[in-house]
Design a protein around this ligand. Structure first.
Ligand code: AMP
Ligand code: GLY
Length: 426
């Protein structure tokens, strides 16, 4: 089978790597891919915003399944255009991708389906939003409604911060994503992520994970797309996983289907584990990055049939097998990220992965030029390892990382600290 995978990050290298192992795969195209995905298939230059061109490419190259990595093309309706042309797609329709594309949409859906989430209000004017504040307590969470690359959320400690965040949003800091503001009660607890596949009816739970959003050690510094992650998330007991399925995931899938917007693809729930149990913080309509990298290193089953079953509506016929071990990934980023950074710095040496297959270096923002490997993005490499314990996975990942020679790179030294602490307490 020929597959087209859309995207260019570490997530897509991990997806490409997992797909390339499948005996069912004939040819994998990655658009546009990165220097790492070249080893898994053929990188192709395709204008993803031009849906007709993507359809034409699939026809010419006998592509049967299109796997969409990032959220933007989903929110843009790429899956709808492909399905309208009888192509199989892994990824939700534009309507279903609103679960990620509009925080207000998701909050209203939660209300209709009685899904546990923070109390909230939706506002299209600063005046109304500010009025709402007078009845609230602090801290409080101010969010731009639309896609803001993870930057549209402010946890305001007092009224002055909340007022400033509201003004910032309506003054255009996030463009059209900030035309509406959601104000939410602050939830206290430990965060975890839970990934499931769904074909709109059936649900196949995948795994749990936790990531590190802040740029520097001790969870300090600005928010990033994620500086590291590990799976499973120790906080997510079997009981909490079941509770999340029963009170959050199943009602969401059912409500979306009942409202004629069946969600098909991977549903990524951002959860807060509060005293009352799991509550939904947000949904994403795609795999997490770098969470996907740890999931793929833990997956034992052939990945391709799972994605195909999701696209064909036969998810009840497949199962996923996992390594019981923990996988952990450390992101190497360009100095300066998430602020401005130099592009095109040379990566001298990637080192090599362990012979036993327990480590894997995934590329994110890389390209090859004139025989040199260059860093082109903020997040550049994901050094990923599997171990019997979190401590072991962590040690392996950092050992593997030492063999990478890239002067302009930086990374956090403490990925997994919370899970390691929990392990030591046992
Ligand atoms: P979101 O983009 O909605 O996931 O928000 C980004 C981050 O802000 C989350 O990962 C949480 O750390 C934090 N956050 C968002 N909403 C809340 C909330 N209601 N209570 C506490 N923290 C939150
Ligand atoms: N690592 C967070 C995300 O992918 O949204």
């Amino acid at each position: 089978m020929n597959i087209l995978l859309i995207g260019s990050g570490g997530r897509e290298h991990a997806l490409a790597w997992a797909l390339a192992k499948s005996p069912v795969l004939n040819k994998l195209f990655i658009a546009p891919g990165n220097a790492g995905t070249k080893a898994c298939g053929e990188n192709v230059a395709l204008d993803i915003e031009d849906h007709e061109k993507v359809v034409a490419f699939c026809r010419e190259n006998l592509v049967k399944l299109v796997v969409v990595g990032p959220e933007a093309p989903l929110v843009d309706g790429l899956a709808d255009s492909l399905r309208a042309n009888d192509l199989l797609v892994f990824g939700p329709s534009k309507a279903a991708a609103q679960l990620e594309g509009s925080k207000g949409f998701t909050k209203d859906l939660c209300q209709r389906a009685n899904i546990p989430t923070a109390a909230y209000g939706r506002f299209t004017s600063a005046l109304e939003a500010k009025k709402y504040l007078s009845s609230q307590s602090y801290p409080i969470v101010i969010k731009a409604d639309g896609l803001a690359a993870g930057k549209g959320v402010v946890i305001a400690q007092d009224e002055a911060e909340a007022l400033a965040a509201i003004d910032n949003c309506f003054e255009g800091a996030f463009g059209s994503a900030g035309a509406e503001v959601v104000i939410e009660a602050f939830l206290d607890g430990e965060e975890a992520s839970f990934f499931v596949l769904t074909d709109g009816t059936n649900i196949l739970p995948l795994a749990t994970a936790q990531d590190h959003k802040r740029a520097y050690d001790n969870d300090a510094g600005p928010n990033t797309g994620g500086m590291g992650a590990y799976s499973p998330a120790p906080v997510m007991s079997e009981e909490l996983i079941q509770q999340t399925l029963d009170t959050i995931i199943k009602p969401t899938v059912e409500q979306m289907r009942a409202e004629a917007m069946p969600f098909q693809g991977v549903l990524y729930a951002g959860l807060m584990i509060t005293d009352k149990g799991p509550e939904l913080i947000e949904y994403n309509a795609r795999f997490g990055d770098p969470e996907c990298q740890v999931l793929m290193l833990r997956l034992k089953s052939d990945f391709l049939p799972l994605l195909l079953a999701c696209a064909e509506g036969t998810l009840d016929k497949v199962e996923a097998e996992w390594f019981d071990e923990t996988a952990l990934t450390v992101v190497m980023a360009s100095q300066g990220y998430p602020g401005s950074y130099e592009k095109g710095t040379v990566i001298d040496d990637l080192g090599s992965d362990f012979a036993d297959g327990s480590t894997m270096l995934f590329h994110a923002g890389t390209c090859e030029k004139d025989g040199q490997l260059l860093a082109t993005g903020g997040r550049v490499l994901n050094i990923t390892a599997r171990g019997a314990t979190v401590s072991e996975a962590k040690e392996k990942a950092y050992t593997r990382l030492q063999s990478v020679k890239w002067e302009n790179g930086f990374y956090r030294e403490d990925i997994g600290w919370r899970a390691v602490e929990r392990e030591h307490k046992k």
